[in-house]
Structure formats: structure tokens, C-alpha cells
Design a protein around this ligand. Structure first.
Ligand code: SAM
Ligand code: SF4
Length: 337
């Protein structure tokens, strides 16, 4: 088995997993306040000098692609479209060789304006988060009245060829637990692919409660009240989503059972926060500081070595069900979901 010292080693860990999928958080700021993610008043945002510059982010992605075997890069946040240099960062990423697959997870606000430029910069796909089609419930969940902007963003992304547009939804008991069917109907109508995600203990308020979380099983039961779901012949690979054909296909729906159907054994992800920390897991309690290495004149090789070491210590799983589980100090919006 490869170790970090093996010549040309990628991002391997002690369990034999190899990270080839990099999630890059471009900012911890956001223009929504989804209740499962952030408190109404927002958070103490990272001070600007702590956030990596566009050149620093681009350099780290180049090292990841050229030296560490990263093949896929997804930009996220906070809200990545709030990053002023996003189009340039995407263009620099798609110019890397071997060219990685490049995608973006966004809440969709502002996407209508920028989708064309992102497509021109080479962006391959987008995931847009949308938990309900009902304007009242949208406002309750996100604490903002922006549903029309999100819907316009999705349309613009599809028109710009950023396809398949995937739609990420989180269901909350007593709020939008009946929205799985209308969301899937909407996605089928527009040619979007729906992914429903189990709520995870990553909210800044630490209000997550396992006993009230809507499980993958419940999501499937709800979808089956209206649709026939059958096994997807396409191999799942390292995808967090388990997918089903809807009414015989070709349309699909995915469920991401992060808590009750954990997929840690096949995880191929490594994460870079907006302030230059490597996290080997969403739920990691430790980080490795690449910003310090960058700013103290570290060579590409030194930075690559530090990144390899950070991944080597990745735990076998998130451990949410262990009695000793502790939620990480950073919330989802600051890690990059
Ligand atoms: N702001 C962008 C967005 O909302 O798409 C990107 C960042 S957001 C943290 C990425 C994804 O994480 C979104 O689809 C969001 O619904 C999901 N998310 C946020 N908090 C979550 C939680 N506690 N459990 C599960 N998913 C969560
Ligand atoms: Fe913002 Fe995304 Fe968190 Fe919602 S889930 S508050 S859109 S970062």
C-alpha cells in the first residue's frame, strides 16, 4: 500500500483510500441564513487578510492537480458566487493539466447574472441548493425572500450548458418534510437532477438532533408515494449519493444518507478552507495549515508533502454514532460543504 513517502504518492490514507476530489471553499460568507447552517445574525466572518488570495488558491489547486493526483475540483463556501474573483479562479482551474472536472455548489443567488461567464471560463456543472418551491417556506428556512433569484439562476445555468444542473435539498421535520415529491416533480419537469441530503451536525448553532432528523429511509418512503424508484444500473463509485431511476428512467433521483447510510469507506475527498486549511474530513477536528507554508515561502514540494501528511491521518469514518462524537468547531459554511 502506498504511504506519503512512496515516490509520486497521491493523497493516500492508512485505510487505503485515495483522495482525488478536492472541495475548495472560496469564502465563509453567505447571503442566505439557512437555519440548518447558520444563525439568523450570521457568523464572525474570516478577516480578509486570513482568506487566501486568488493567486494562493490557484497555486494550491495547481499543486493538487500536478503533484497530488486531484482529478475533480468543486468550489463551495459559504456562498462561492460572493467571491469577486470567481470567474478568473474557474478559468485558472480549467487551464490546469491534466484538466480537472470543475463544478460549483451555490445557493443560486446571482447565478443568473454570471452563469454565462462561468461556462465560458470552462465550468462543467453546478449544484444549486433549493429546499422548497414554496415562497413562505423558503423564507422560513433561508430567512431571506430570494426564491425567484434561485429559480432564475437554475434556468440560466441550464441555458449556459452547466448541465446536468443538480438540485441539493435538505428536509427539516415540520417545515419542508412534505417537499420531496414537489421538488422531484419540478426537477423532472426542468431536466434537473434532485439530490436530497440528510441533515448533518454541522450547524453553527449546534441545534442538530438525531432523533428529529429526516432519514434517507423516510425520504425514499415519501418519494415512493408518487414515483416508482428502481435500482440504478450505473455504478455508484465514490459518489455520496445513492441514486434511483425514476419511473423506469432515464431520470434519476439521489439520496445522500450521510448519517444513516454513511459512505466514509469510499470517500475520495480532501478539503481546502477559504483560510488555507486542509481538512481530511467534513467532521475532522484537526486541520493542517497550508496558508502558513504558502506565506513563509514554502516550495511546491514542501506544500505537497504537508498535504499528503494531512490526509494520511484521515479517520475511517465520521463517528456521528459514537457516544464520544464531538461536532467540529467549524460550521459547514466555513468548512465548505
Ligand atoms: N452556499 C452554497 C449552497 O448552499 O449551495 C454552498 C455551501 S453549502 C454549505 C453546501 C451544501 O451544504 C448545500 O447544499 C447545503 O444545503 C448543505 N448543507 C448545509 N448545512 C448542512 C447540514 N447541516 N446538513 C446537511 N447539508 C447541509
Ligand atoms: Fe449559505 Fe449555503 Fe449555508 Fe444556506 S447552506 S446559509 S446558502 S452557506
Amino acid at each position: 500500500m502506498a504511504t506519503p513517502d512512496t515516490p509520486g504518492a497521491g493523497l493516500v490514507d492508512t485505510f487505503g483510500r485515495v483522495a482525488t476530489d478536492l472541495r475548495v471553499s472560496l469564502t465563509d460568507r453567505c447571503n442566505l441564513r439557512c437555519s440548518y447552517c447558520m444563525p439568523a445574525e450570521g457568523l464572525d466572518w474570516l478577516p480578509k487578510p486570513e482568506v487566501l488570495t486568488d493567486d494562493e488558491v490557484t497555486r494550491l489547486m495547481r499543486i493538487a492537480v500536478e503533484q497530488l493526483g486531484v482529478r475533480e475540483i468543486r468550489f463551495t463556501g459559504g456562498e462561492p458566487l460572493l467571491r469577486p474573483g470567481i470567474v478568473g479562479i474557474v478559468a485558472a482551474t480549467t487551464a490546469l493539466r491534466p484538466r480537472p472536472e470543475v463544478s460549483l455548489t451555490t445557493n443560486g443567488i446571482g447565478l443568473a447574472r454570471i452563469a454565462g461567464a462561468l461556462a465560458e471560463a470552462g465550468l462543467d456543472r453546478v449544484n444549486v441548493s433549493l429546499d422548497t418551491l414554496d415562497p413562505e417556506r423558503f423564507r422560513t428556512i433561508t430567512r431571506r425572500d430570494r426564491l425567484p433569484d434561485v429559480l432564475a439562476g437554475m434556468r440560466a445555468a441550464a441555458d449556459a450548458g452547466l448541465t446536468p444542473v443538480k438540485v441539493n435539498a435538505v428536509l427539516l421535520r415540520g417545515i419542508n418534510d412534505n417537499d420531496a415529491v414537489p421538488l422531484l416533480e419540478f426537477c423532472l419537469q426542468h431536466g434537473y437532477e434532485l439530490r436530497i441530503i440528510e441533515q448533518m451536525p454541522l450547524d453553527a448553532q449546534h441545534a442538530w438532533d438525531r432523533s428529529t432528523m429526516i432519514t434517507a429511509e423516510e425520504i425514499l418512503t415519501s418519494l415512493r408515494t408518487r414515483f416508482a424508484l428502481s435500482e440504478d444500473p450505473v455504478e455508484r463509485g465514490a459518489s455520496p449519493a445513492e441514486t434511483w431511476l425514476v419511473d423506469g428512467g432515464p431520470a434519476r433521483v439521489g439520496v445522500i444518507g450521510s448519517v444513516t447510510r454513511a459512505f466514509c469507506g469510499t470517500c475520495d475527498r480532501t478539503r481546502l478552507t477559504a483560510d488555507g486549511q486542509i481538512r481530511n474530513c467534513l467532521f475532522a477536528r484537526e486541520e493542517s495549515d497550508l496558508r502558513a507554508a504558502l506565506r513563509s515561502g514554502g516550495s511546491d514540494e514542501e506544500i505537497a508533502d504537508r498535504w499528503r501528511l494531512a490526509m494520511w491521518t484521515k479517520k475511517p469514518g465520521h463517528g456521528i454514532d459514537d457516544p464520544s462524537f464531538l461536532q467540529p468547531a467549524r460550521p459547514m459554511s466555513s468548512i465548505g460543504g
